[in-house]
Design a binder for this molecule. Structure first.
Ligand SMILES: *[C@@H]1O[C@H](CO)[C@@H](O)[C@H](O)[C@H]1NC(C)=O
Ligand SMILES: *[C@@H]1O[C@H](CO)[C@@H](O)[C@H](O)[C@H]1NC(C)=O
Ligand SMILES: *[C@@H]1O[C@H](CO)[C@@H](O)[C@H](O)[C@H]1NC(C)=O
Length: 780
């Protein structure tokens, strides 16, 4: 056995490795040559002449041929020179694949003698191929739960080169989770495995892309890459987590049912069903809890109405559960906000009614107020109407008293409706009103009051006994028995007046009665006092003056004073025969005890012996001659006169006069009656008075004016009634003529008369009659 290694000069890079002379008897030997693949054609592989130690030209002469078992002729033998040349470029991978060593077997056949030579050409590998991965991309699905250290096989890269030129190392692009290890198979091929260094988290990085590089051992090395895409498979490794662990929310208590309170939200990083979160109320509150949560949206809504006054805050726990059964929790603190939804309440604790009207600072009512709201919503103020005499006083805590401001007056107001208004200070303000009625009870603080301070009653004289002559009346503004009035006659101070026999009064209704017939001529007026007394305790009373005026009736006929009619021998007047016409024969004097018209007398000649001879003056009763007497006239005359008053019906009296005609005037021969003496004595003055009267009549108007002036003056001076000058005032009736009892002159002519009460038997009375005019008269 022989191994030859020959270094070819120049371009011939041939390793002549061995020449094996394998056989002896058959004369065959093996010559082995080696050359790298991909050598250009024309390459001198070997010189067979030299290597086989043949003679020059022997190859040609012996008809040397090269046989190759394949179809192709890879080598060409130049028989002349013995050079074995490469006919075409050889690719080791094509010819041998993975077989190593890659030997091409040639046979050299020589003739004369036939001789075989085995020639092997070994192709050595060069790094002419890069590692190549079967796919551009590899997909790995790795659950995120994979533990560090877990190995994931990867597909190896192919490299047609062999040996050191094949894949030697795998690397992966730098990343946090994996590294790659290069492992060798039994046949020496390398394959990669991916090793997990750090746990994966889908939620953090659901997908990784690595670049896997395969490097061969050539020089220079060649490499191939592929992409390794890693999908991290989710597992339910995340519990739902709320965005906030504590939610705080404020809800007004008047929020309607179904109002949205809050929306909670939980995150689950897992995917798919593992990330589907369902919300629920976890705990707290129990069934009474007024909240409901929507499982999907996380909206918390009111399921009942809230009431701050019952519960002012809630703590609820919300759970969020994912499809894998993990759950997370959060707390929700719900603060209920007070809303002024409660009106204040008022409770009357004590009410005193009625209250006596004169009571001072009396507590009428005690009440308490409350408002369940809080803060300003629960603060209250109380008030009553302004115009009432009551005061509100705060007392203990939320208690108030209602007291009177001062004494009340039942007579001005007997009942008060007091409206207590309680208002809170919330927004909006709420108010409660309560009306209490306070009665004011009566106290006897008002005396009866007469409707008039004085009463004037008129009674026609000669009335029937027990005649109702008038009614007095008093009122009492108190009530009940305090206003029950009893009327009474008060004792009079006038001892002359027997009041109890004159007047009686109905104690209940104040009706006054005349007990007996009154006589104007005896009693023209009288006064008394009446009292009205209530039945209070103590009783109160008041008085009024009652004046009774008796009205005159024509119940007295005229009474003739002169000449006296009851004398047994009638008076005889003397008439001188030579008397001139108008001679005053006599004057009939008469009185009437009535007054006014009833006392206004007129005279009339009824019958005469010689009718044309005498005339009677109607108003003064003067009997005068109307013509001269003649011889034929009888010496004796009898005249019948009628004296009539002006009453209705009139009353009258008749007078009979006897006249004796004498030829010469002589002293009267008949004595004058005593009663008439004064009159007779005055007879002389009569003529003088008559003259004066006539003159007065003529100046009546002038005197009327004087009277008026006098009235005015006297009115001013009228301070005292007694001793003063009482002059009637007002209109003087011209048509009425009063007759004085004794005087022969009509009082109509005397306008200023001052008489003193009690001067003589004749006493004048001035009385005001209906306020119209004054009558002046004598009463005898
Ligand atoms: C493979 O390549 C890596 C990175 O270049 C290197 O650190 C490692 O030593 C190599 N392995 C071998 C067996 O050559
Ligand atoms: C008080 O109220 C009552 C009942 O409403 C009513 O009848 C009465 O007249 C009122 N009194 C006053 C003084 O207003
Ligand atoms: C006549 O009447 C008067 C008055 O009434 C009386 O005073 C007088 O006595 C009477 N005369 C005779 C005679 O009756």
């Amino acid at each position: 056995m022989e191994t030859a290694l020959r270094q070819t000069p120049e371009k011939r890079q041939v390793f002549f490795l061995t020449i094996l002379l394998l056989w002896g008897e058959a004369g065959s030997e093996t010559i082995r040559y080696s050359m790298p693949e991909e050598t250009e054609s024309g390459y001198l592989v070997a010189n067979l002449e030299k290597d086989l130690r043949l003679r020059v030209g022997e190859l040609a002469t012996r008809g040397a041929q090269i046989h190759y078992k394949g179809n192709k002729e890879l080598l060409q033998l130049d028989t002349e020179t013995g050079n074995l040349l490469l006919k075409e470029k050889l690719d080791r991978e094509e010819l041998c694949g993975v077989t190593e060593p890659c030997l091409l077997h040639f046979q050299l056949i020589l003739e004369n003698p036939v001789q075989f030579f085995q020639t092997d050409l070994q192709l050595t590998d060069i790094n002419d191929h890069s590692p190549e991965f079967p796919h551009k991309e590899m997909l790995l699905k790795i659950p995120e739960s994979a533990q560090p250290g877990t190995v994931f096989p990867l597909k190896a890269a192919q490299d047609s080169d062999i040996g050191n030129n094949a894949v030697q190392n795998y690397t992966v692009s730098s990343n946090l989770h994996f590294h790659v290890v290069t492992l060798s198979r039994a046949d020496g091929r390398k394959y990669p495995e991916l090793v997990l260094d750090r746990a994966l988290d889908r939620e953090e990085q659901p997908e990784l892309t690595l670049t896997l590089t395969a490097v061969d051992g050539g020089s220079p090395p060649r490499s191939g890459t592929t992409t390794v895409r890693i999908e991290v498979v989710d597992i339910n490794d995340n519990a739902p987590q709320f965005v906030q662990s504590l939610y705080e929310v404020q809800v007004p208590e008047n929020s309607p049912v179904d109002a949205l309170v809050l929306t909670v939200s939980a995150m689950d990083l897992d995917a798919g069903i593992h990330g589907n979160v369902v919300y629920s109320l976890f705990q707290g509150g129990g069934a009474s809890q007024p909240f409901a949560i929507h499982g999907v949206t996380g909206e918390i809504r009111l399921s009942k109405e809230l009431d701050f006054e019952v519960t002012n805050h809630y703590n609820i726990e919300i759970a969020a559960t994912d499809g894998g059964g993990f759950s997370g929790k959060c707390n929700v603190a719900v603060q209920v906000l007070d809303v002024n939804d409660n009106a204040p309440e008022l409770t009357i604790r004590k009410l005193t009614s009625p209250i006596p009207e004169n009571s001072l600072e009396t507590v009428v009512a005690v009440f308490s107020v409350s408002d369940p709201d809080s803060g300003d919503n629960g603060r209250v103020v109380c008030s009553i109407q302004n115009d009432l005499p009551f005061l509100l006083k705060p007392t203990f805590k939320n208690y108030y008293t209602l007291v009177t401001e001062g004494p009340l007056d039942r007579e001005s107001r007997a009942e008060y409706n007091i409206t207590i208004t309680v208002t809170d200070l919330g927004t909006p303000r709420l108010a409660t009103q309560h009306t209490i009625t306070v009665q004011v009870s009566d106290v006897n603080d008002n005396a009866p009051a007469f409707t008039q301070t004085s009463y004037t009653l008129f009674v026609q004289e000669n009335n029937s006994p027990a005649l109702h002559i008038g009614t007095i009346s008093a009122t009492d503004s108190d009530s009940g028995s305090n206003a029950l009035i009893t009327y009474s006659l008060l004792p009079t101070h006038d001892p002359q007046l027997a009041l109890s026999s004159l007047i009686s009064i109905n104690a209940d209704n104040g009706q006054l009665f005349a007990l007996r017939a009154l006589d104007y001529e005896a009693l023209q007026t009288f006064e008394f006092r009446v009292g009205a007394t209530d039945q209070g305790l103590p009783e109160l009373s008041s008085q009024a003056l009652v004046r009774v005026l008796v009205l005159d009736a024509n119940d007295n006929a005229p009474f003739v004073l002169y000449p006296l009619q009851n004398a047994s021998a009638p008076y005889t007047e003397l008439l001188p025969r030579a008397a001139e016409p108008g001679y005053l024969v006599t004057k009939v004097v008469a009185v009437d005890h009535d007054s006014g018209q009833n006392a206004w007398l007129s005279f009339q000649l009824l019958k005469a012996t010689e009718p044309g001879l005498f005339t009677v003056w109607a108003h003064n009763g003067e009997v005068r001659t109307s013509r001269l007497l003649t011889e034929r006239d009888a010496p004796k005359h009898r005249l019948l006169l009628l004296v009539k008053d002006n009453g209705d019906p009139p009353r009258s009296a008749s007078v009979t006069l006897h006249v004796l005609v004498v030829d010469g005037f002589s002293q009267p021969y008949l004595p004058l009656p005593e009663v008439a003496r004064d009159s007779v004595q005055d007879e002389d003055k009569l003529t003088l008075y008559l003259v004066i009267a006539l003159a007065s009549v003529s100046s009546l108007f002038l005197l009327s004016v004087l009277l008026f002036v006098g009235v005015r003056l006297c009115r001013r001076a009228r301070a005292s009634s007694l001793g003063g000058c009482s002059v009637p005032e007002g209109h003087f009736p011209g048509h009425l003529v009063d007759f004085s009892g004794e005087g022969t002159l009509s009082q109509s002519y005397q306008y200023e008369v001052c008489l003193r009460e009690g001067s003589g038997t004749a006493s004048p009375h001035l009385s005001k009659d209906s306020g119209d005019f004054w009558k002046f008269q004598y009463s005898i």
